[in-house]
Design a protein around this ligand. Structure first.
Ligand SMILES: *Cc1c(COP(=O)(O)O)cnc(C)c1O
Length: 463
């Protein structure tokens, strides 16, 4: 049966609210002081001092009443818990994969997978590795190579599937290095590092064909599989009448394996999985699982977590939910574009990324325009966002000074089912106000910054 398309202009939140949590109101004077105390690093601000928290969409979503009921019913048996079998069935049903391994979050799946592969000195290719994925590939001694489609870094120019891989460049690379030296292809859907942009079914199919030609296993990093599937429904020819669940399953038909951070599209606060068909590889993974995560039927999670994931994986495919979800980012993005505020266009699935380099041209990349904008947003309206630029990705010279990163973005991530339209209207008003006085925003300089993952703990001061 064909589903009726929502005939109204106003897209509404497809839920009513059963439990509420107060927001953290502060005065501007307090925020000035808090910023100083936090050394202009928003990771050091207490969450209760944040009004609208757009730091991340990871693990910050609201669970449904069904999921909370599942939490109560969770089976906490050490081995063979009922909740594990519910979880396994949900993952199998979605992915069609055979071996299902629960883990406590996405990076645990990555650590186990790449350790088990043991491909020291060999290559893993991808549309774009997420930062923890890259870190775990590299920790195993392998080399992570990104092949985003041409134009993915042209933030102003909209395109429907900017998350796609450049298949030609991938093939050229495989031929150059020899197929024996390329041990895996990872497709990240949606493409988190490049603005939450989707990957088309056509591109997935081409990548699969390429992988089959050279016998390279294709894994999907599926943290945001449902958002990606919904984008395919909206934007790709031939899919407008296909239920999102079918689209998602078609995506997974291409996969020899998958890894998921359930903190995203499984609508839970913690969890993840690793799934594959290769029995030999899965045996190695299970050995590592028992070493560092836990037994096969819980993998670092409580039974109640597994139960909530099983429910969330189904709920996330509700098209009323997805319509609201994708519309929320679009709504914020359109409002910013209307006032000429430069963003990664079109907005991605899980948030809007402001192009701080273009928004604050008076601040040099070495003076952290993204971080300066993130701090200004907090000062102006208690909104917490995250810099994706020189502080997060900048390489360091021999003296430890930061070298400019290729982009200076501020990510405004949307937690799932947490904020309503009036919250977003407020965010828009704050940004408009900031835009009027943007020349007053000053750059920052480093007080101290460790050499690895410095953005979490760096201390800065205004120039
Ligand atoms: C969040 C994320 C991960 C890592 O998952 P964690 O649960 O944070 O460990 C991996 N890949 C992608 C695409 C992600 O968004």
């Amino acid at each position: 049966m064909k589903k009726e398309v929502w005939p109204w202009k106003t897209i509404i939140e497809p839920f009513k609210i059963k439990a509420v949590e107060p927001l953290g109101f502060t005065t501007r004077q307090e925020r000035e002081h808090l910023l100083e105390q936090a050394h202009y690093n928003l990771f050091n601000i207490k969450a209760e001092k944040v009004l609208i928290d757009m730091l991340t969409d990871s693990g910050t979503g609201a669970m449904s009443c069904e999921q909370w009921a599942g939490i109560m019913k969770g089976d906490e048996s050490y081995a063979g818990a009922r909740s594990y079998y519910n979880f396994e069935m949900a993952v199998k049903d979605l992915t069609g994969l055979e071996e299902i391994i629960p883990v406590h979050q996405g990076r645990a799946a990555e650590k186990i997978l790449f350790t088990a592969l043991g491909a020291k000195g060999k290559y893993v290719i991808s549309n774009s590795h997420f930062d923890t994925t890259r870190a775990n590939v590299e920790a195993s001694g392998a080399i992570a190579m990104d092949f985003p489609q041409e134009g993915a870094l042209d933030f102003d120019k909209p395109a429907p599937f900017k998350g796609n891989a450049d298949v030609k460049a991938m093939e050229k690379f495989i031929k150059e290095k020899g197929e024996k030296n390329v041990v895996m292809c990872v497709m990240t859907v949606t493409n988190n590092s490049l603005g939450g942009q989707p990957v088309s079914m056509e591109n997935l199919r081409e990548v699969k064909k390429l992988c089959d030609k050279y016998a390279i296993p294709l894994f999907i990093d599926c943290a945001r599989f449902a958002e990606n599937a919904y984008f395919i429904k909206l934007r790709e020819k031939g899919y407008s009448d296909t239920p999102v669940e079918e689209i998602a399953k078609e995506m997974f038909e291409m996969a020899d394996g998958a890894m998921m951070s359930s903190k995203k599209d499984a609508l839970v606060n913690i969890g993840g999985f690793l799934a594959m068909n290769d029995k030999t590889l899965s045996l190695k993974c299970r050995q590592l699982l028992i070493l560092t995560e836990g037994f096969n039927t819980y993998g670092g999670l409580a039974g109640r977590d597994l139960e909530a994931i099983a429910i969330g994986l189904k709920e996330v495919l509700d098209e009323n939910y997805l319509q609201y979800r994708i519309r929320s980012s679009q709504y914020l993005g359109e409002a910013l574009l209307k006032k000429g505020i430069p963003i990664v266009n079109p907005p991605g699935g899980h948030g809007v990324y402001i192009n701080a380099k273009k928004f604050l041209p008076h601040i040099k990349p070495t003076q952290f325009p993204g971080q300066a904008l993130a701090c200004a947003l907090y000062l102006e309206g208690g909104i917490r966002t995250v810099e994706i630029g020189t502080l997060m990705f900048g390489k360091r010279d021999s003296k430890g000074s930061f070298l400019p990163a290729p982009m200076e973005l501020v990510r405004m991530a949307m937690p799932r089912r947490v904020y309503t339209q009036s919250h977003i209207d407020y965010v828009i008003e704050v940004i408009y106000s900031l835009a009027k006085n943007k020349k007053k925003i000053k750059g920052l300089s480093i007080v101290e910054a460790p050499l690895v993952l410095s953005h979490f703990t760096a201390k800065l001061k205004p120039l």
